[in-house]
Design a protein. Structure first.
Length: 365
Protein backbone atom coordinates (compact mmCIF):
# COMPACT_ATOMS: atom_id res chain seq x y z
CA UNK A 1 0.00 0.00 0.00
CA UNK A 2 1.42 3.35 -1.01
CA UNK A 3 1.02 6.42 1.13
CA UNK A 4 0.67 9.85 -0.34
CA UNK A 5 3.59 12.05 0.64
CA UNK A 6 2.82 15.33 2.29
CA UNK A 7 3.99 18.04 -0.04
CA UNK A 8 3.20 21.70 -0.30
CA UNK A 9 -0.54 22.32 0.12
CA UNK A 10 -2.45 23.07 -3.08
CA UNK A 11 -3.73 26.50 -4.05
CA UNK A 12 -7.18 25.78 -2.62
CA UNK A 13 -5.73 24.73 0.76
CA UNK A 14 -3.41 27.75 0.77
CA UNK A 15 -6.31 30.04 -0.01
CA UNK A 16 -8.42 28.55 2.79
CA UNK A 17 -5.54 29.00 5.23
CA UNK A 18 -5.19 32.66 4.26
CA UNK A 19 -8.94 33.17 4.52
CA UNK A 20 -9.01 31.61 8.00
CA UNK A 21 -6.19 33.93 9.03
CA UNK A 22 -8.01 37.05 7.87
CA UNK A 23 -11.27 36.55 9.71
CA UNK A 24 -13.88 39.29 9.23
CA UNK A 25 -11.85 40.77 6.36
CA UNK A 26 -9.41 42.64 8.60
CA UNK A 27 -5.64 42.27 8.48
CA UNK A 28 -5.58 41.54 12.20
CA UNK A 29 -4.99 38.42 14.31
CA UNK A 30 -8.48 36.81 14.59
CA UNK A 31 -8.03 35.74 18.23
CA UNK A 32 -7.06 39.29 19.22
CA UNK A 33 -10.01 40.62 17.22
CA UNK A 34 -12.42 38.34 19.08
CA UNK A 35 -10.98 39.34 22.47
CA UNK A 36 -11.29 43.06 21.71
CA UNK A 37 -14.81 42.59 20.32
CA UNK A 38 -16.06 40.87 23.48
CA UNK A 39 -14.33 43.47 25.64
CA UNK A 40 -16.04 46.28 23.75
CA UNK A 41 -19.48 44.67 24.07
CA UNK A 42 -19.01 44.32 27.83
CA UNK A 43 -17.87 47.93 28.26
CA UNK A 44 -20.51 49.56 26.07
CA UNK A 45 -23.66 51.13 27.41
CA UNK A 46 -26.87 49.28 26.59
CA UNK A 47 -27.99 52.41 24.75
CA UNK A 48 -25.25 51.93 22.18
CA UNK A 49 -26.16 49.29 19.65
CA UNK A 50 -23.39 49.16 17.05
CA UNK A 51 -23.89 47.08 13.97
CA UNK A 52 -21.51 44.21 13.26
CA UNK A 53 -19.35 46.20 10.85
CA UNK A 54 -18.90 49.10 13.28
CA UNK A 55 -18.07 46.71 16.11
CA UNK A 56 -15.52 44.88 13.96
CA UNK A 57 -13.93 48.19 12.97
CA UNK A 58 -13.58 49.27 16.59
CA UNK A 59 -12.17 45.86 17.53
CA UNK A 60 -9.67 46.06 14.66
CA UNK A 61 -8.49 49.48 15.85
CA UNK A 62 -8.08 48.21 19.42
CA UNK A 63 -6.22 45.10 18.20
CA UNK A 64 -3.76 46.92 15.91
CA UNK A 65 -0.31 46.82 17.49
CA UNK A 66 3.25 47.45 16.38
CA UNK A 67 4.46 44.36 14.44
CA UNK A 68 7.33 42.30 15.84
CA UNK A 69 9.94 40.42 13.81
CA UNK A 70 12.04 37.41 14.74
CA UNK A 71 14.97 35.61 13.15
CA UNK A 72 15.26 31.85 12.64
CA UNK A 73 16.52 31.43 16.21
CA UNK A 74 13.49 33.24 17.63
CA UNK A 75 15.37 36.41 18.55
CA UNK A 76 13.80 39.80 17.93
CA UNK A 77 15.11 41.67 14.92
CA UNK A 78 14.49 44.87 13.01
CA UNK A 79 12.98 44.95 9.49
CA UNK A 80 15.37 45.32 6.57
CA UNK A 81 13.68 48.55 5.49
CA UNK A 82 10.87 50.80 6.64
CA UNK A 83 9.16 52.55 3.73
CA UNK A 84 6.27 55.01 3.91
CA UNK A 85 3.80 54.89 1.01
CA UNK A 86 3.02 58.57 0.52
CA UNK A 87 -0.31 59.49 -1.03
CA UNK A 88 0.26 63.21 -0.24
CA UNK A 89 -3.18 63.44 1.33
CA UNK A 90 -4.07 64.44 4.90
CA UNK A 91 -3.18 61.21 6.70
CA UNK A 92 -0.02 60.02 4.95
CA UNK A 93 1.40 63.57 4.92
CA UNK A 94 0.63 63.90 8.63
CA UNK A 95 2.43 60.61 9.27
CA UNK A 96 5.43 61.74 7.19
CA UNK A 97 5.70 65.07 9.01
CA UNK A 98 5.25 63.46 12.43
CA UNK A 99 8.13 61.11 11.59
CA UNK A 100 10.19 64.12 10.50
CA UNK A 101 9.55 65.77 13.88
CA UNK A 102 10.41 62.63 15.84
CA UNK A 103 6.84 61.92 16.94
CA UNK A 104 6.81 58.31 15.72
CA UNK A 105 8.60 55.46 17.47
CA UNK A 106 10.65 54.66 14.37
CA UNK A 107 11.69 56.59 11.28
CA UNK A 108 11.18 55.41 7.70
CA UNK A 109 14.20 54.77 5.52
CA UNK A 110 12.39 56.01 2.41
CA UNK A 111 9.12 57.70 1.45
CA UNK A 112 7.67 56.85 -1.96
CA UNK A 113 5.00 58.78 -3.85
CA UNK A 114 3.41 57.01 -6.84
CA UNK A 115 2.36 59.57 -9.46
CA UNK A 116 -0.51 58.49 -11.73
CA UNK A 117 0.03 61.52 -13.97
CA UNK A 118 -3.50 62.77 -13.24
CA UNK A 119 -3.25 64.16 -9.72
CA UNK A 120 -4.79 67.55 -8.85
CA UNK A 121 -2.45 70.53 -9.03
CA UNK A 122 -2.56 71.01 -5.24
CA UNK A 123 -1.22 67.46 -4.74
CA UNK A 124 1.86 68.18 -6.87
CA UNK A 125 2.37 71.45 -4.96
CA UNK A 126 2.17 69.60 -1.65
CA UNK A 127 4.62 66.91 -2.80
CA UNK A 128 7.12 69.66 -3.65
CA UNK A 129 6.60 71.14 -0.17
CA UNK A 130 7.21 67.74 1.45
CA UNK A 131 10.40 67.23 -0.55
CA UNK A 132 11.77 70.37 1.10
CA UNK A 133 10.33 69.65 4.56
CA UNK A 134 11.42 65.99 4.82
CA UNK A 135 15.10 65.63 5.65
CA UNK A 136 15.20 62.35 7.63
CA UNK A 137 15.09 60.19 4.49
CA UNK A 138 14.81 60.40 0.69
CA UNK A 139 11.37 61.16 -0.77
CA UNK A 140 11.12 59.41 -4.14
CA UNK A 141 8.53 59.83 -6.90
CA UNK A 142 7.73 56.83 -9.12
CA UNK A 143 5.32 56.43 -12.02
CA UNK A 144 4.02 53.76 -14.37
CA UNK A 145 2.53 55.99 -17.06
CA UNK A 146 -0.16 58.67 -17.40
CA UNK A 147 -3.50 57.15 -16.41
CA UNK A 148 -5.47 59.96 -18.10
CA UNK A 149 -3.87 59.36 -21.49
CA UNK A 150 -4.09 55.58 -21.04
CA UNK A 151 -7.80 55.85 -20.28
CA UNK A 152 -8.61 57.96 -23.35
CA UNK A 153 -6.49 55.71 -25.58
CA UNK A 154 -8.22 52.60 -24.24
CA UNK A 155 -11.69 54.02 -24.87
CA UNK A 156 -10.78 55.21 -28.36
CA UNK A 157 -8.37 52.64 -29.88
CA UNK A 158 -6.81 53.41 -33.25
CA UNK A 159 -8.41 51.40 -36.06
CA UNK A 160 -6.27 48.53 -37.21
CA UNK A 161 -4.15 48.53 -34.03
CA UNK A 162 -3.89 45.60 -31.64
CA UNK A 163 -5.79 47.61 -29.04
CA UNK A 164 -8.88 47.66 -31.27
CA UNK A 165 -9.41 43.93 -30.80
CA UNK A 166 -8.91 43.87 -27.04
CA UNK A 167 -11.55 44.39 -24.39
CA UNK A 168 -11.43 47.66 -22.46
CA UNK A 169 -9.78 45.93 -19.49
CA UNK A 170 -7.24 44.38 -21.86
CA UNK A 171 -6.15 47.78 -23.15
CA UNK A 172 -5.55 49.50 -19.82
CA UNK A 173 -5.62 48.74 -16.07
CA UNK A 174 -9.06 50.23 -15.71
CA UNK A 175 -10.46 52.50 -13.00
CA UNK A 176 -13.82 51.44 -11.51
CA UNK A 177 -15.85 53.30 -14.13
CA UNK A 178 -19.65 53.16 -14.10
CA UNK A 179 -21.27 51.25 -16.98
CA UNK A 180 -24.86 52.12 -17.88
CA UNK A 181 -26.92 49.61 -19.84
CA UNK A 182 -29.64 50.63 -22.31
CA UNK A 183 -32.28 49.77 -19.70
CA UNK A 184 -30.80 52.34 -17.33
CA UNK A 185 -29.16 49.97 -14.87
CA UNK A 186 -25.73 51.20 -13.68
CA UNK A 187 -22.94 48.91 -12.54
CA UNK A 188 -19.30 49.41 -11.59
CA UNK A 189 -16.36 47.94 -13.50
CA UNK A 190 -13.64 45.94 -11.80
CA UNK A 191 -10.95 48.19 -10.33
CA UNK A 192 -7.31 47.55 -11.19
CA UNK A 193 -5.87 51.05 -11.44
CA UNK A 194 -4.60 51.27 -7.85
CA UNK A 195 -2.70 48.03 -8.17
CA UNK A 196 -1.06 48.93 -11.49
CA UNK A 197 -0.44 52.67 -11.01
CA UNK A 198 0.31 52.72 -7.27
CA UNK A 199 1.13 49.29 -5.82
CA UNK A 200 3.31 47.90 -8.63
CA UNK A 201 5.50 51.02 -9.14
CA UNK A 202 6.09 51.31 -5.38
CA UNK A 203 6.98 47.62 -5.04
CA UNK A 204 9.23 47.87 -8.08
CA UNK A 205 11.13 50.73 -6.43
CA UNK A 206 11.35 48.74 -3.17
CA UNK A 207 12.95 45.83 -5.03
CA UNK A 208 15.34 48.26 -6.72
CA UNK A 209 16.35 49.71 -3.32
CA UNK A 210 16.93 46.16 -2.05
CA UNK A 211 19.17 45.49 -5.04
CA UNK A 212 16.93 42.76 -6.47
CA UNK A 213 17.22 42.31 -10.23
CA UNK A 214 14.09 41.99 -12.44
CA UNK A 215 12.51 38.52 -12.37
CA UNK A 216 14.66 37.54 -9.36
CA UNK A 217 13.25 36.57 -5.97
CA UNK A 218 13.76 38.73 -2.92
CA UNK A 219 16.30 37.13 -0.59
CA UNK A 220 14.83 34.93 2.14
CA UNK A 221 14.69 36.70 5.49
CA UNK A 222 14.18 40.14 3.94
CA UNK A 223 11.44 42.14 5.65
CA UNK A 224 10.20 45.44 4.25
CA UNK A 225 7.80 47.24 6.57
CA UNK A 226 5.42 49.38 4.54
CA UNK A 227 3.79 52.27 6.40
CA UNK A 228 0.31 53.16 5.14
CA UNK A 229 -1.50 56.31 6.27
CA UNK A 230 -4.87 54.81 7.15
CA UNK A 231 -6.60 56.34 10.20
CA UNK A 232 -9.07 54.85 12.69
CA UNK A 233 -12.13 55.96 10.75
CA UNK A 234 -10.88 53.98 7.74
CA UNK A 235 -9.79 50.83 9.55
CA UNK A 236 -11.90 48.70 7.21
CA UNK A 237 -9.35 49.54 4.49
CA UNK A 238 -6.50 47.69 6.21
CA UNK A 239 -5.30 44.80 4.05
CA UNK A 240 -2.45 42.32 4.25
CA UNK A 241 0.49 42.74 1.87
CA UNK A 242 0.52 39.98 -0.74
CA UNK A 243 4.30 39.65 -0.99
CA UNK A 244 6.08 37.30 1.41
CA UNK A 245 8.80 39.90 2.04
CA UNK A 246 6.41 42.80 2.64
CA UNK A 247 4.55 43.64 5.88
CA UNK A 248 1.89 46.34 6.07
CA UNK A 249 1.86 48.64 9.06
CA UNK A 250 -0.62 51.36 10.06
CA UNK A 251 1.11 53.73 12.53
CA UNK A 252 -1.83 56.17 12.73
CA UNK A 253 -4.14 53.39 13.89
CA UNK A 254 -1.50 52.21 16.37
CA UNK A 255 -1.55 55.78 17.76
CA UNK A 256 -5.39 55.75 17.66
CA UNK A 257 -5.47 58.79 15.37
CA UNK A 258 -8.47 59.59 13.19
CA UNK A 259 -8.53 61.87 10.18
CA UNK A 260 -9.93 64.59 12.45
CA UNK A 261 -6.94 64.10 14.77
CA UNK A 262 -4.61 64.56 11.79
CA UNK A 263 -6.39 67.79 10.86
CA UNK A 264 -6.07 69.01 14.46
CA UNK A 265 -2.36 68.14 14.39
CA UNK A 266 -1.87 70.36 11.34
CA UNK A 267 -3.80 73.17 12.99
CA UNK A 268 -1.92 72.89 16.28
CA UNK A 269 1.48 72.74 14.54
CA UNK A 270 0.78 76.05 12.85
CA UNK A 271 3.66 75.40 10.46
CA UNK A 272 2.68 72.96 7.74
CA UNK A 273 0.09 73.72 5.01
CA UNK A 274 -3.08 71.65 5.07
CA UNK A 275 -3.10 69.13 2.19
CA UNK A 276 -6.19 68.23 0.20
CA UNK A 277 -7.51 64.77 -0.54
CA UNK A 278 -5.11 62.88 -2.77
CA UNK A 279 -6.77 61.03 -5.62
CA UNK A 280 -6.91 61.24 -9.39
CA UNK A 281 -8.81 64.19 -10.82
CA UNK A 282 -11.39 61.92 -12.44
CA UNK A 283 -11.55 59.18 -9.79
CA UNK A 284 -14.98 57.46 -9.92
CA UNK A 285 -14.83 57.11 -6.12
CA UNK A 286 -15.31 60.87 -5.71
CA UNK A 287 -18.40 61.78 -3.70
CA UNK A 288 -20.68 64.62 -4.73
CA UNK A 289 -19.12 67.03 -2.23
CA UNK A 290 -15.71 66.38 -3.79
CA UNK A 291 -17.02 66.94 -7.31
CA UNK A 292 -18.79 70.09 -6.13
CA UNK A 293 -15.63 71.41 -4.45
CA UNK A 294 -13.62 70.72 -7.61
CA UNK A 295 -16.22 72.42 -9.78
CA UNK A 296 -16.20 75.52 -7.57
CA UNK A 297 -12.56 75.85 -6.51
CA UNK A 298 -10.63 73.99 -9.23
CA UNK A 299 -12.60 74.62 -12.45
CA UNK A 300 -9.65 73.68 -14.68
CA UNK A 301 -9.40 70.26 -13.04
CA UNK A 302 -13.17 69.81 -13.22
CA UNK A 303 -13.24 70.64 -16.93
CA UNK A 304 -10.40 68.16 -17.43
CA UNK A 305 -12.48 65.44 -15.74
CA UNK A 306 -15.52 66.37 -17.87
CA UNK A 307 -13.42 66.13 -21.03
CA UNK A 308 -12.26 62.62 -20.13
CA UNK A 309 -15.80 61.65 -19.12
CA UNK A 310 -17.04 62.71 -22.58
CA UNK A 311 -14.32 60.70 -24.35
CA UNK A 312 -14.81 57.35 -22.58
CA UNK A 313 -18.52 56.95 -23.34
CA UNK A 314 -18.20 54.16 -25.96
CA UNK A 315 -15.20 52.46 -24.40
CA UNK A 316 -16.70 48.98 -23.91
CA UNK A 317 -16.28 46.75 -26.95
CA UNK A 318 -19.20 44.60 -28.23
CA UNK A 319 -21.71 46.14 -25.86
CA UNK A 320 -24.24 48.95 -25.84
CA UNK A 321 -23.29 49.96 -22.30
CA UNK A 322 -21.89 53.47 -21.89
CA UNK A 323 -19.11 54.46 -19.47
CA UNK A 324 -19.24 57.34 -16.98
CA UNK A 325 -17.09 58.78 -14.19
CA UNK A 326 -20.12 59.50 -11.95
CA UNK A 327 -22.25 56.86 -10.24
CA UNK A 328 -25.48 58.42 -11.59
CA UNK A 329 -24.60 57.29 -15.12
CA UNK A 330 -25.07 60.76 -16.66
CA UNK A 331 -22.49 63.16 -18.18
CA UNK A 332 -20.42 64.78 -15.44
CA UNK A 333 -20.83 68.34 -16.72
CA UNK A 334 -24.64 68.11 -16.50
CA UNK A 335 -24.89 67.09 -12.82
CA UNK A 336 -26.21 69.26 -10.00
CA UNK A 337 -24.17 67.88 -7.10
CA UNK A 338 -26.08 67.36 -3.87
CA UNK A 339 -24.29 65.13 -1.37
CA UNK A 340 -26.37 62.83 0.83
CA UNK A 341 -25.47 62.91 4.56
CA UNK A 342 -22.65 60.54 5.47
CA UNK A 343 -23.05 57.94 8.21
CA UNK A 344 -21.41 58.39 11.58
CA UNK A 345 -19.44 55.63 13.29
CA UNK A 346 -18.99 55.03 17.01
CA UNK A 347 -15.84 57.17 17.06
CA UNK A 348 -18.04 60.15 16.16
CA UNK A 349 -16.44 60.29 12.70
CA UNK A 350 -18.23 60.36 9.35
CA UNK A 351 -17.71 57.95 6.49
CA UNK A 352 -19.42 56.72 3.35
CA UNK A 353 -19.91 52.96 3.58
CA UNK A 354 -20.60 52.63 -0.14
CA UNK A 355 -16.94 53.20 -1.01
CA UNK A 356 -15.36 51.87 2.17
CA UNK A 357 -12.73 49.86 0.27
CA UNK A 358 -11.64 52.61 -2.09
CA UNK A 359 -8.15 52.28 -3.50
CA UNK A 360 -6.89 49.62 -1.06
CA UNK A 361 -5.61 52.23 1.37
CA UNK A 362 -3.09 53.71 -1.03
CA UNK A 363 -5.08 56.49 -2.69
CA UNK A 364 -6.91 59.23 -0.91
CA UNK A 365 -4.69 59.23 2.17
Amino acid sequence: MTTKSKGKPGYRAQGKKRADGVKHGFAINPEQMEYERRKLVEEMSTKLKPNKKQLNTMAAVAATKEPEYFDEEGKKREPTLRILSLGAGVQSSCLALMAQEGLTKHKPDYMIFADTGWEPSFVYEHVEYLKKAITICPLITVERSNIREDLIRAANPIKGSNDEWKSFAGRVPNPPLFAKRPGGKVGMLYRQCTHDYKVIPIQKKMREILGVKPRHRVKKGTIVEQWIGISTDEAMRMKHARMYWLTSRWPLIEMKMSRADCLRWYKDSGVHPMPGKSSCIGCPYHHNDQWKNMQKNYPTDFEDACEVDDKIRKGLKNTEAELFLHKSGVPLRTIDFQEKPKQQNLFGETFDEEFADECEGLCGV
